[in-house]
Design a binder for this molecule. Sequence first.
Ligand code: FAD
Length: 406
Amino acid sequence: MADIEQQLPVLIVGGGIGGLAAALALSRKGCRVRLIEQAADFKEIGAGIQLGPNVFRMFEVLGLTDAVTRLAAFPENLIMLDSTSGREVTRIPLIGDFRTRFKHPYALIYRADLLAVLLAACRASELIELVVSQKVIHVEETADRVIARTQTGETHAGSALIGADGLWSTIRQILVGDGKPVVAGHITYRAVLSAADMPPDLRWWSMVLWAGEKVHLVHYPMRGGALFNLVAVFHSSRYEEGWDSYGDPAELHERFAKTCAPVRTLLDKIESWRMWVLCDRPPIRNWSRGRLTLLGDAAHPMLQYLAQGACMAIEDAVCLANKVEARRGDFAAAFQAYQEARYLRTGRVQIMARVYGEFYHASGVARELRNLMLSGRTPEQAFESMQWLYGEDDGPTGYGAALRQS
Ligand SMILES: Cc1cc2nc3c(=O)[nH]c(=O)nc-3n(C[C@H](O)[C@H](O)[C@H](O)COP(=O)(O)OP(=O)(O)OC[C@H]3O[C@@H](n4cnc5c(N)ncnc54)[C@H](O)[C@@H]3O)c2cc1C
């Protein structure tokens, strides 16, 4: 890797889960990295995050399995209930055969804990320089380098630049220029409840989803069961732009008025919700140009209904580092190979996340069909439907390509 070591550092714009994972993955290949974050500190708001078996394979590559395992909760089941009738629709066991088949666990973690694991690993690397309080607003590419300029007038020279700057990516506008993300018309309220406040009959050691007409509620344990993550979603055309702020509980209660007693009991427990206006984009196949590329939400923002946005960003990081190593520092070639290995997989997740949103929020005949189809499935059939996402699959939409060294 001498070629890489002698070059200017790779610049990464954005220090979220994707940017930190990319810094770590590149440093593991001997590559120097300068990560530039606009905020004064590295922090993750918004409670919990689900981690599929696919991302545990990436943790293995990055040497993070033990650190993540110490902080994660490992649920017994994925349970879906009908939030109108209160009846269970389906229950997929996440231990036993699930683990045997997918080789890695399904986990739930506090976002701040996952970020802390990534940050500690980055701080422990001499090859990574973390820069905060600088917002990149402009990028210039010359024959042998990239120059990033910040809002406060600093410049950073790098051998290549990775835009890991999230849904509202500045680097995407420079590279792809496709305007604002698409507002889904779905609003998410998120909150964290202490175990003491969680009704005892709902303290399930599972990932639970109550599906209703144009609404759904998710809850699951985190931090050894000391906390429960709550995510309430409903359709609304009231909001046009994605932002996060404090939500209006009155609107939430109105939207969930038709749901069963346990759901309303849970919603009543929360006084303060944070609100997100959900956005995504349709998939694209080209998010790189020369020494510039994108990663994570900047490249393929998706709705959260498959719980995979962060997992995809970490897969991207591992894939990108493998391609940079294989091309021995020829970043333009490496970035082409990286996006080639990633666009169908991430595109499939983007599209399927929208489909799952429809599925969770179905009404009328669609709701009946959903309940009928899912309740008739064996765990084996459920696992089969997850194979492309969680299995170490070498096909065009599997994660095998991210692991390939070539
Ligand atoms: C309600 C909800 C639930 C979710 N649940 C899950 C889940 O269970 N599992 C899962 O895998 N995913 C989940 N996701 C998706 C996941 O949160 C995102 O996909 C993931 O956090 C994206 O990480 P990122 O690093 O690409 O972007 P971000 O987390 O957005 O990070 C971007 C970073 O770049 C910085 N930045 C932006 N612009 C600039 C600039 N110009 N200069 C410098 N810095 C800049 C920002 O400050 C930020 O720190 C969920 C999302 C939502 C909304």
